[in-house]
Design a protein around this ligand. Structure first.
Ligand code: ATP
Ligand code: FE2
Length: 322
């Protein structure tokens, strides 16, 4: 079965085709804010304008006639962006007379991670701009064992970067700066039970402006925030007795975060998994692949049920596949 998937919850509009065995094609067009962070309406305009050319491109790479179903990211995400994606998906489904399936974006990050790494039953750390969650499966649901109480870690990194005049997305640049950091400045380490919070850290780090080298601020920020994430992930693994961990989401590209998690896993004889970088951040292949899993298990989304869900939680999805 060949499934075409459309992802467009936030900054990246991405269309891909996958089947059971492989990713056939992926095309992307990223929205970059002129200044500040992601502006939902601007991003949705970007997606609407880019959709025709992206669809044209994907059908040049993969024949339209061979598509068996259409999957789209139904949520969570920015309302205006979700609506553009859903509209395009509905249209394609009607035009090609193929079934439609609405996919939970967080579930898609986890499932493509499992697929591409071979992880069977991991504790997943999902770290992106909008989300930061520790997720694990119990029977027929994925459950969130810990999560951010305010902003996602990616958002925190982007905000900090913006304060220092670094354009969006600032995460990769903070990583680069942190590599040259030497001095550690203590920042609020906020873990409450299994949850964590980043906005206090951002404020504290911003106050170091002019008093500390930017490299040292970036370094201190990463060390503190990533230690919090590693602590909660480890606790979930210990509590559940799981011996695999999977890292997904755009911030997963960060090598220092990977190093800390890998060390934690080695210390407890657990296996660490991370998919290739291009499939860590938002991409159409994750939506297509999860749509394929759902369709093969009898799920389908009727047009009248295809309304977008900006606050869609991973726990809402029943998971009937292995
Ligand atoms: P979601 O809708 O799942 O919240 P998203 O829209 O934030 O996803 P992603 O592609 O998953 O999109 O993640 C983007 C985030 O990843 C941005 O905040 C960006 O700064 C961050 N990021 C990307 N590369 C790195 C890196 N090397 N180090 C730290 N952060 C990074
Ligand atoms: Fe994402």
């Amino acid at each position: 079965m060949n499934v075409l998937g459309i992802e467009g919850t936030a900054w990246n509009l991405s269309v891909a085709v996958v089947d059971d065995e492989r990713v056939h094609a992926v095309v992307n067009k990223a929205y970059k804010p002129k200044e500040g962070g992601i502006h939902p309406r601007e991003a949705s305009q970007h997606h609407a304008e880019s959709m025709p050319s992206l669809l044209k491109k994907i059908f040049e790479l993969f024949p339209k006639e061979k598509i068996d179903a259409i999957a789209f990211s139904q949520g969570p995400g920015l309302g205006p962006c979700l609506r553009v994606t859903a509209t395009a998906a509905r249209l394609l489904s009607l035009k090609l007379s193929k079934p439609l399936v609405g996919v939970n974006h967080c579930l898609a990050h986890v499932e493509i991670g499992r697929w591409l790494t071979g992880a069977k039953n991991p504790v997943t750390l999902y770290v992106s701009g909008g989300n930061s969650q520790v997720i694990a499966r119990r029977r027929d649901r994925y459950r969130v064992f810990g999560e951010t109480l305010d902003i996602g870690i990616g958002n925190a990194l982007d905000k900090l970067a913006r304060k220092f005049g670094i354009p969006h997305p600032g995460g990769p640049k903070i990583e680069e700066l942190a590599r040259k950091g030497e001095k550690y400045y203590p920042l609020p380490y906020v873990v409450k039970g299994m949850d964590f919070s980043f906005s206090g850290m951002v404020t504290a780090a911003e106050k170091l402006k002019g008093k500390a080298r930017l490299e040292d601020i970036a370094y201190s920020f990463q060390e503190t925030a990533f230690a919090m994430l590693t602590e909660v992930t480890e606790r979930a693994m210990a509590y559940l007795g799981y011996d695999e961990m999977l890292l997904v989401g755009g911030v997963g590209a960060n090598e220092r975060l990977q190093e800390m998690l890998r060390t934690m896993c080695e210390d407890r004889n657990a296996k660490f998994f991370a998919p290739p970088k291009q499939f860590m951040g938002d991409n159409g292949a994750m939506i297509a692949y999860t749509g394929l899993l759902m369709l093969k298990n009898g799920f389908e989304t009727k047009i009248e049920e295809s309304i977008v869900k900006p606050n869609f939680r991973i726990e809402e999805v029943q998971v009937t596949w292995p």
